[in-house]
Design a protein around this ligand. Structure first.
Ligand code: NAP
Length: 506
């Protein structure tokens, strides 16, 4: 069956604006990619630029049958891919990595058009995303097993690490390139084919990665990108016995639904979910430096970042000074279209997030928070939201409790380091916590006391390919990147090689 032409629909054209920014126009695809072919669904949905609402291209809606076909193709590919020498897989991954870096400018501009972030941030994301491919291409050749000192007389005991099978990867809109590569590189390197379902608001980055994967020479069926109805696609992937791993990055709400769906077939699940990061300024910290770091930790990707600092805790003695310094730094942010060289913060992804930001501010103000800066500042379009600083935030406010995922910063004072650790932990989330200060005893107290998967001291930049990225509590399960990244896509097989007794006379 040639699913590529099953509906005989022509590929719709991306907008003139989209094509005009690309040197390599073949990177803009409005189809899905299955078994090494570009595939049309029955319908197309427009995809909008969040900066101005203009339609930039179309997403094809695959049918359930097409998703099932993608699994069948990936299953056939698995037989070949898993047996390929690790070095051969590694070479294909490195070709993909190099092609991505050669197309870096195009990929970044395309990302700005669909996601809204600044070109600088998008370029940074392409480097970040590519770094996982290089890392896992190298790790592919080092997926060692182990030998075990035997407790059974004359037996040899050993383990081998084997690819688990087809990996379903479901990704969000806030990092449309890196969330794909961080998962796919690990899965592909260890020998698993992937079926990737990108967010419907930002499909083009994943589809451009598929075009480059095609050029890199991945065998047909190892790399698939499917688009369309999220619930149908994920339920089809979860129901399949052939799909052995599910890796999801997105909201905790959807993560829970997927865990329940994946339970039917007992899949290995890794979940990178929401966060509600505390940012603790220790008593001996310089306030200007702390405020600069807190603004950076809060407003990257317009606050739509699972690592964004949400609750900023400041010693009572330095509270007013900190608020002034934070407001000053925050007011340097320039809103605009991500491709404009002066822009330092783009739009929010859509109107729903803008409405949520208004609701968070109103809820906080009604419950006694103080608006220090921002909010009423004019913005350049419907999806923009002025960076906003709220002081005197309390635990009953939504801005404190919920993952706010927008450019609203909540600050509150504290008295003792012990209590600030307790307050920081008072959340269902546990992704990242930031600590700024000098006193090594207090730093150590925070590092050990904070119930988060990652604790970053005196550095906002803490992520990257060599570190185990992931959360605890309702922020997720499993780790991405690092030497542990293969664990989500492989199984350890234990082998016992016993010694048969010698048969006399033989
Ligand atoms: P989301 O609404 O959970 O969507 C993520 C993905 O799930 C998208 O591909 C989406 O598809 C799909 N999806 C939506 N509803 C679904 C359903 N009922 N069944 C199955 N799949 C469904 O999250 P988002 O709004 O895109 O991203 C923001 C969230 O991601 C935040 O909570 C953020 O903290 C989290 N995040 C976490 C990390 C991390 O590493 N921990 C990193 C980045 C983001 P459609 O787009 O087609 O609806």
């Amino acid at each position: 069956m040639t699913i590529a032409h099953s509906f005989h629909v022509e590929e719709p054209k991306a907008s003139h604006d989209m094509m005009a920014i690309m040197e390599d126009v073949r990177l803009v695809r409005c189809l899905a990619y299955i078994n090494g072919k570009w595939v049309t669904g029955e319908h197309f949905h427009p995809v909008e630029n969040p900066a101005d609402g203009a339609v930039i291209g179309y997403l094809t809606q695959l049918s359930q049958h097409q998703i099932e076909q993608s699994i069948i193709y990936a299953d056939s590919a698995f037989r070949l891919w898993r047996k390929m020498q690790a070095e051969a897989r590694s070479e294909i991954l490195m070709r993909w990595h190099n092609l991505i870096l050669q197309s870096k400018q195009d990929l970044a501009r395309l990302m700005v058009m669909e996601q809204g972030k600044t070109l600088r941030d998008a370029l940074g994301e392409i480097d970040y995303g590519a770094s996982f491919i290089r890392w896992f291409a190298e790790e592919a050749c080092r997926s060692y097993g182990e030998t075990i000192p035997s407790h059974i007389p004359d037996a040899q005991l050993l383990t081998v690490r084997e690819p688990i099978g087809i990996a379903a990867l479901i990704t969000p809109w806030n990092f449309p390139n890196a969330m794909v590569t961080r998962k796919a590189a690990a899965a592909l390197a260890i020998g698993c084919p992937v079926v990737i379902k990108p967010a419907s608001q930002t499909p083009f980055s994943a589809l451009a990665l598929a075009e480059l994967a095609d050029r890199a020479g991945f065998p047909a069926g190892t790399f698939n990108v499917v688009t369309g109805d999220a619930a149908m696609i994920s339920q089809t992937l979860c129901a399949s016995e052939k799909v052995k791993a599910l890796s999801f990055t997105g909201s905790t709400r959807v993560g829970k639904l997927l865990l329940s769906d994946a339970a039917q077939t007992v899949k290995k699940c890794s979940m990178e979910l929401g966060g509600n990061a505390p940012f603790i300024v220790l008593p001996d910290m310089n306030v200007t430096q702390a405020a600069k770091a807190a603004v950076e930790a809060k407003f990257q990707t317009a606050g739509q970042d699972c690592l964004a600092a949400s609750r900023i805790f400041v010693p009572q003695a330095k509270y007013d000074e900190f608020l002034d310094a934070f407001a000053f730094e925050m007011n340097q942010i320039v809103l605009g279209h991500g491709l404009d060289a002066h822009t330092t913060m783009g739009p929010l992804i859509n109107r729903v997030v803008v409405e949520k930001a208004h609701a968070l501010v109103n809820d906080a103000l009604e419950k006694g928070a103080r608006l220090v800066a921002g909010y009423h500042t004019p913005v350049p379009g419907d999806n923009f939201f002025a960076p906003t600083l709220l002081a005197d935030v309390t635990p009953d406010m939504a801005v404190y409790r919920e993952e706010n995922f927008c450019p609203v910063a909540g600050v509150l004072p504290y008295q003792e380091v012990d209590t600030v650790i307790e307050m920081s932990n008072d959340t269902e989330y546990g992704l990242v916590a930031y600590v700024y200060g000098h006193d090594i005893h207090q730093i150590w107290q925070c590092m050990r006391g904070l119930e988060f998967g990652m604790v970053s001291v005196n550095s906002v930049k803490m992520t990257g390919h060599p570190i185990p990225f992931g959360g605890v509590k309702q922020s997720g399960l499993g780790r991405e990147g690092s030497q542990h990244g293969f664990e989500e896509y492989s199984e350890i097989k234990y082998c016992c090689l016993g010694a048969l007794p010698t048969v006399s006379g033989s």
